[in-house]
Design a protein around this ligand. Structure first.
Ligand code: SF4
Ligand code: SF4
Length: 363
């Protein structure tokens, strides 16, 4: 079925443009392709979409570009979108790490995967004017057993105000539903929740000039340097902050289930597991003491390999790491209390057990 839509705004060349900023593994490329197909096959528009990525590695930066025009006008350019009408940010840890908001104007709608409020994101993006649309795509994807890109697709459709939810669902059924029929219901649920749970807020420019945003600086000085040379950015080195390259999941360790088989240790590419001499079932053994998350990139291979579900997937931002503290306490990086956060403070097996989740077979 073709839905007749009218583009609400166009740029000086007559196009409506979308740019997606993401990292490899979150599915922005497919999301971009589906948005292009939606325009051309379902909404009576001309459409073009393409992606730009480097090594195709999980965690490396990815951009996708989508351009629409009315049927009366052909799309004659194939260059990256510089001033998007919609900017989709698939990973909030990219804020401040790369120029994800380049070309954003007061007319841009920023759709971001986060559990933070639009006001908090506005502050972190240092945005003076514009619309911020927040969707907790990571949690929805986990709950609905779908992928982040499906939730973001639904959210972008809602933010656009012209892409019909029915058209998105039809397309997903035809493309993903054919290839992975078992995933169809979950994907539909993710798209619907992305559409319905989007929280949008418009921020007008303060003409009085009283609004002042502090410049975010990531430089360490005597007032804000962490104690004892501790590296506060989990999964990163001191000189290279890689926190944006993790997809938002971490392995959680349930020590009570561990049989100390060592499979996680031989699978992990980053030597995250800490084994030490101890006792297991009344005998001296090498015992799994837990994870050093500073080296963990969140690939979850250890979760796949653990035979007794002693490792389960968790959402990184649910635990008190620096990003979490910034969101929940409304702080800027230089205002964080790194001493209180501690290097490994953000997850323990006890923290997991008190949450009483059901994934991994826990009841
Ligand atoms: S694979 Fe699982 S059971 Fe084996 S040592 Fe690692 S956490 Fe423990
Ligand atoms: S998620 Fe990947 S990097 Fe992290 S502990 Fe597991 S295997 Fe190692």
């Amino acid at each position: 079925m073709e839905y007749q839509v009218t583009l609400p705004v166009k740029n000086e060349n007559g196009y409506y443009e979308i740019r997606l900023e993401s990292i490899g593994g979150l599915g922005a490329n497919l999301c971009g392709k589906m948005l292009g197909e939606l325009g051309a096959l379902y909404m009576g528009l001309n459409a073009a979409s393409f992606s730009s990525y480097g090594s195709e590695k999980r965690g490396s930066p990815v951009k996708a570009f989508i351009r629409y025009s009315g049927r009366e006008q052909e799309i004659g350019i194939n260059s990256p979108v510089e001033k998007p009408h919609i900017l989709g940010l698939f990973h909030e840890a990219m804020i401040g790490k790369s120029a994800v908001t380049a070309g954003v104007t007061g007319d841009t709608r920023i759709v971001i995967n986060t559990d933070a409020s639009p006001e908090n994101i506005r502050k972190r993006l240092k945005l003076k004017e514009g619309t911020i649309c927040c969707i907790d795509a990571l949690s929805i994807a986990m709950e609905s057993k779908t992928r982040i890109n499906m939730v973001m697709l639904g959210a972008i459709a809602k933010a656009s105000e012209f892409i019909p939810l029915d058209a998105v669902s039809e397309l997903a059924k035809k493309t993903i539903g054919k290839k992975y029929p078992a995933m169809w219901e979950a994907n539909l649920e993710g798209i619907r929740r992305g559409y319905e749970e989007l929280k949008s807020q418009y921020f007008a420019k303060d003409e009085s000039g009283e609004e002042e945003y502090q410049e975010i600086k990531n430089e360490w000085g005597y007032a804000n340097s962490p104690i004892g040379g501790v590296n506060p950015c989990i999964g990163s080195t001191v000189s290279n902050d890689l926190s944006a390259s993790r997809e938002g999941y971490i392995p959680l360790f349930i020590k009570e289930r561990c049989i100390n088989c060592g499979l996680c240790d031989s699978t992990c590419p980053d030597m995250v597991f800490q084994f030490a001499k101890g006792e297991y079932q009344g005998r001296e053994a090498m015992v799994n003491m837990g994870l050093d998350y500073h080296h963990c990139k969140g690939c979850l291979r250890c979760v796949d390999v653990c035979p007794v579900n002693a490792l389960v997937a968790g959402v990184e931002r649910e635990h008190p790491n620096p990003e979490y503290a910034m969101r929940n306490q409304d702080l800027l990086p230089e205002q964080l209390d790194y001493e209180a956060l501690g290097p490994n403070s953000y997850v323990t097996s006890e923290a997991y057990l008190t949450e009483n989740r059901v994934d991994g077979g826990l009841v």
